[in-house]
Design a protein around this ligand. Structure first.
Ligand SMILES: CC(C)(COP(=O)(O)OP(=O)(O)OC[C@H]1O[C@@H](n2cnc3c(N)ncnc32)[C@H](O)[C@@H]1OP(=O)(O)O)[C@@H](O)C(=O)NCCC(=O)NCCS
Length: 154
């Protein structure tokens, strides 16, 4: 199912390819400068998923002590629905767990059925709603707050 795709830490050299995936995949994409700014923050890190053809997806997260927040995740549209988003998110969960992080939080547009289904499938639960949080053409959209407790070895 995950033929040939592997996960590694993202670097500055990946930012342009990450921004291109974001532009092709997201409803309200981060700009290249948002990727650059995010990468400059000490607390922010990224994981990228790639195969021989290049970058297939990325996840950007922020770690503060024993909590982490998923800030962004995207898979190249042509490679969606092949298990890659789940592979990437599971890799992030494993990495954070090894680092002693106990909770992974995120927020997602209420209308983003694909992302919400992915998060629920990977064990995230609903924590609440931020009403009218995101801009939408012609209106606003709620943010769902979700989280997953991570199992830290005793
Ligand atoms: C959300 C996203 C990362 C999922 O990546 P993906 O590689 O397509 O997801 P996977 O193939 O690993 O799917 C895993 C599970 O998530 C759920 N899922 C994923 N996409 C779905 C969709 N379009 N509709 C319904 N469920 C979906 C399913 O349960 C799926 O398992 P299944 O295929 O066995 O049914 C991808 O759709 C994406 O890049 N979206 C645009 C960017 C975005 O919205 N990011 C989230 C910001 S909060």
């Amino acid at each position: 199912m995950f033929d040939g795709a592997s996960v590694r830490s993202g670097t500055a050299a990946d930012l342009k390819a990450m921004a291109a995936i974001e532009k092709s995949a997201a409803i309200d994409p981060w700009s290249l400068s948002q990727f650059l700014e995010s990468s400059l923050l000490d607390s922010n890190r990224s994981l990228v998923l790639e195969d021989d053809s290049g970058l297939l997806g990325f996840a950007i997260y922020q770690r503060v002590q024993d909590e982490a927040t998923l800030l962004n995740i995207a898979i190249l549209p042509a490679r969606q629905r092949q298990g890659l988003g789940a592979q990437l998110l599971q890799s992030l969960v494993e990495r954070l767990t090894r680092q002693g992080v106990t909770r992974l939080l995120l927020e997602v547009r209420r209308g983003n059925a694909a992302a919400i289904a992915l998060y629920r499938r990977l064990g995230f639960v609903d924590d609440g709603v931020r009403p009218d949080y995101y801009p939408l053409p012609g209106g606003r959209e709620d943010a769902l707050l979700m989280s997953r407790e991570l199992e830290v070895d005793a």
